[in-house]
Design a protein around this ligand. Sequence first.
Ligand SMILES: [Zn+2]
Length: 380
Amino acid sequence: MQAAPDAPAIDDGVVLIEGGKIRAVGRRADVAVPSGAVTLDCAGATVSAGFWNSHVHFTQPVWNDAGTAPAERLAAGLRAMLTSRGFVRVVDTGSYPPNTVALRRRIESGEIPGPAILTAGGGLAPVGGSPFYIRPARLPELASRDDAERLVTLMVGLGADAVKLFTGSFAERGRIVVMPVSIVRAAVDEAHRRGRIVLAHPSNSAGARAALEGGVDVLAHTFPSEFDGPWDRALPARMRERGMGMIPTLKLWPYELRKMGMTAEQQQALLANGQAQLRAFAEAGGQVLFGTDVGYMTDYDPSDEYAYMQQAGLTYAQILAALTTAPATRFGMAARAGRVAPGLDGDVTVVDGEPERDIRTLAQVRYTLRGGRLLYDKTR
Ligand SMILES: [Zn+2]
């Protein structure tokens, strides 16, 4: 058992969950298991706190009409994308808010087994900067500070827990529109007044700089670009100074270029840029949050993301922190989630094997529990 990224591993460990909360954690000899307790066999496996995926989307057809859709369809979608991958808590960084709020309501009522969802509602774009890849849909575009305040207020009213800005947005393939810093700042100030975190989609160094200078809390991606030359190497340390977090989404880069028909060498070059950005940010002590952009990316398997993060220089403990303690802290839930410890929610992810030896085993999930409820069981 790896109860926390910075804790020594516990061999032959036991977690006792009662009433949805963790009651006891320790070696088998030290934890008294009440008679009649339901037990899960974790032999040969590694037990950790429930994983977070801090960059997902509920925009695929499987989520349509989430308020009235058959529960089985939604449950199967949640299992395929999230709970079979060990994700107990997710951050939706852009979707249709009424639909995602309806999905969340049915999960929280207990009707549908699923992860806890934080949502950023619909993303907000610069003028002329709705992303080309969501056409024919368009995002709200912010032309003024007033627009920024009004649309942040609207999203919060629709149930958004966070705000997502396209500080740099691909208006066309090869043409990035950057949001003016004054508008970023107005949106961030309004979100912070309302107690909401702001995530930004940067697209390139200029978009990342606009996020940094406008006070954004978390970059939702690294920011390699195949279009506009070398990236700004001053950014990772400056992001760290400002206390920003970053979600690497490394697997997304070769995935996108493959879709565009670009070569393996081009895919590798873009990935290497993203990895260099992650390495510099992590070496500066920046807060890394795990996220894969699934829901936009239709390949749900997180194995490559773990491998790419490790290749970038992150240790198992750093990757586990990105899955657990870092997002719990960033999203204000550290008193409930992120570690396997008495008093915290009974959120546990069990993977086959030893991720310390093979990082890809983080994707070989045996059980996913949320509040003591089994959301996924590979053995059945
Ligand atoms: Zn995304």
